[in-house]
Design a protein around this ligand. Sequence first.
Ligand code: ADP
Length: 440
Amino acid sequence: MQNWQNEIKRLLIILVTVAVIGALLGQLAVTLLLALVTYCAYNLFQLRRMYQWLAQGPSSNKSAPPESIGLWGDIFDGIYRLQKQERKASAYLEGIINKAQESSAALEMAVIVIDKQNNLDWWNRASEGMLGLKYPQDRNLAVTNLIRDPRFAEYFNTENYDEPLKINAPGDSSKVLEFQIALFGAHERLMIVRDVTQFHRLESMRKDFVGNVSHELGTPITVIKGYLEAIMDNIDSLDEKWRKPMKQMHQQSNRMESIVRDLLLLSSLETRTLGKQQDEIALSPLLFEIKNDTQSIFEKRAHEFIIDCPAGIVVKGARSELYSAISNLAVNAAKYTPENGVVVIKASQSKQTIDIEVIDNGIGIEAEHIPRLTERFYRVDSSRSSETGGTGLGLAIVKHILARHDGELDISSEIGQGSTFNCKLPLARLISQRAKEEEE
Ligand code: ADP
């Protein structure tokens, strides 16, 4: 600002001096014109120097500006200072980008940026080996054209990225890849792909192992149980001291049989997918069947069983599996409710789900145990459970069955008041046609 005022002052002094000289010479107009032309020429000269300096292109960023004084000196220094700041900022950004690129190149997982038009924008080196992406040919190509598995297209387009997607690698079915997508910015996507082949192999080995062991144990247990049953039929002929151990062996062989049966069921639920051909299940008859079966097992407890289910609800699924899930819950409700309790099995339709609730007024469960109940072999009170003949696998089976039906289990309970186990199935499973027909 100081130099700007000086410049104005300087111009005024020159003009006044030139005007005085011009007046003395009697050539005021000519001398003023000469002075202004000289001033313009000086400014044009400085402009040319600046133009030439800037015209050096990127190198002008580095070379010092032409020497100058006054206002022009300030302008040159100002531009030079701004250039230096910009250079620093871009060097800093370049450093960050280089670091990000180097670290992502060192990653074993593929990292891919997809633009808002669903085209590939950027990817790291691992993506080239894992998905066969080629730079620059594949840049700006639609990601669904390069990964052609229909499950990927469905996952990508539905935009529900809560759970990762596992599919075989494109062009190499022996590999299993896990895709995880996150949305960011203006509807861009960051996709991370991991090779989970080894993990997948171990997981299926574990499933096979449990399945095989359970299967192999089946025959010896049946034989042992058969002999024990024969002995139990003639228990009176046995020496007194053998009676109690024989009874316990018989009880435990029954438990072993139940555990093996439940493990086999769990392993088949884990390994088989729910077929496309599914049953149309009328809920009301199913719930009455479960009620009758459970009531006959727990006859001595004299519970009151109530079914509350609109007649028209028909759902799509595997009937035997849904029977098993709800029946497990009904058996638990009867098991963990003292005599003369009330067990309600209720079905209803909410805005987003079909709810099948099993409600009891039994012993209830402390809040801390609820999140872990569906873990295998998890029991709130293991001594009580083994007394009641439980395997600790019932709720794990329920959870698996519901997951196979795209549903989930919701548990709420209050100690001493009772528990509610809610099987939530998505409305997509409701066969509304039949429901309407039956209402009419
Ligand atoms: P279990 O064969 O031991 O019953 P589950 O997996 O079916 O195994 O249940 C796990 C645990 O959850 C049980 O041991 C029991 O402590 C608790 N539980 C399940 N249902 C109920 C219920 N209706 N009321 C109280 N506790 C329950």
